[in-house]
Design a protein around this ligand. Sequence first.
Ligand code: MG
Length: 167
Amino acid sequence: MKAAIFDIDDTLLSSKEDEEDDFIQLARNLLDRANEDEETLTVLLTARAEEIRDETIEKLNEAGINFDRLYMRPENRFEVRDEVYKKSVLEDLRSEGLDISFAVDDKNFVAEMWRDNNVTCLKLPERQYLRNRFYRKTRKLYPLLPRPLQRLFQRYYRYRYRKRIKD
Ligand SMILES: [Mg+2]
């Protein structure tokens, strides 16, 4: 069995929703084709956290995006860098015996990780470069926060995505 891997933000869903985006359309077309192939498992792999699984599924359904599996950053693990988390999922998929056909992602560090691990990566333009770098730099602070602040952050994170859905 083969697997095709797709990132979500700025790959299947645009961070600027009002804009037509040819790259997003391209990624969705690839996903549609992978979904039609019975030999291919379609995997959405996002650094979005489990905290917002329901909101994410709602948004994907709204956009008509179909998939076999959805992997999300484990709960309360905001310190883990995207490419580190995604690499761990790659290892899980491979140990299941899946043959990875390709991965689609927008982030430079993630694309590098795919290529370093012999996965063909279709790299889309990274739209939120500065914001992504800021999050990347601050991730390791998260485990140092006291528990109540971590809980507050988790609540804010859920709120942010819930709000995004209604916009
Ligand atoms: Mg992305």
